[in-house]
Write a protein that binds this ligand. Structure first.
Ligand SMILES: [Zn+2]
Length: 238
């Protein structure tokens, strides 16, 4: 099988018969680090930008370079404010993302508190780790991101009401639908080109016949799926 040429920045060209591509860059084989890249050919949308949480290996994953160029992401959409869904947003902005971040108004309010607090925690962690390292003659460590990085990320927030369509491009819109889980949480309905619907949900178990909810790292929404409603439920929290 011939290899498709890779586009620069981690993005690949869509096949002629592909409507869009959804790639899972986190929360695969675990529940933290939610990060799903949705490419339509015209727009690159990142759903969630979550932090990996747990032990040392998760901490080191947070420090790795993003597997795509943050500067090539056009829009970020967040379903809710929990840090495993939003916690790497300051790093994404620091590393080059310049677009809007869409989330519900209550989620934006919570993010102002949670991302600033997260920046403070990373500053303190780095300070303590550096002190220990200096005692052993090792170089200090930089925080994953700072309060200042978090504040820069907050400038990108664009609060949205529940239930209203938000047009991201002429052939792509989203709608935040009320969900439980936490104040402000939403399922996101994605409407692509000719009416294909994809729903990205924040809670519940994987209950989809589509390939997207399985453990594969990518799912292609092929053209034959057009002209019917396709729902994908992503299990990103329990
Ligand atoms: Zn959550």
């Amino acid at each position: 099988m011939s290899k498709r040429p890779r586009k620069r920045g981690g993005f690949r060209r869509l096949d002629d018969n592909e409507l869009a591509r959804l790639t899972f860059h986190g929360a695969v084989g675990q529940v933290t680090g939610s990060c799903f890249l949705f490419e339509t050919g015209g727009l690159n949308v990142l759903f969630e930008c979550g932090m990996f949480q747990g032990g040392r290996s998760e901490a080191s994953r947070n420090r790795r370079k993003f597997p795509f160029d943050p500067g090539s992401v056009d829009v970020v959409v967040l379903t809710h404010s929990h840090i495993d869904h939003s916690g790497l947003l300051p790093k994404l902005v620091r590393d080059g993302f310049r677009g809007p971040v869409y989330a519900t108004a209550p989620t934006c309010e919570l993010l102002k508190i949670m991302l600033s607090d997260s920046g403070h925690i990373h500053e303190q962690d780095a300070k303590h780790a550096s002190r220990r390292r200096l005692r052993r003659g090792k170089a200090p460590v930089e925080p994953l991101y700072t309060v200042a990085d978090a504040e820069l990320a907050l400038d990108h927030l664009r609060p949205q009401p529940f239930g209203e369509p938000v047009e991201l491009a002429p052939d792509l819109s989203i709608r935040f639908l009320r969900a439980g889980h936490i104040l402000g949480a939403a399922s996101v309905e994605v409407l692509v080109r000719d009416g294909t619907k994809v729903r990205i949900s924040t809670a519940g178990s994987a209950q989809s016949s589509s390939p997207a909810s399985r453990s594969s790292s990518a799912a292609r929404l092929r053209a034959p799926w057009r002209r019917r409603t396709t729902r994908i439920l992503l299990s990103v929290d329990s």
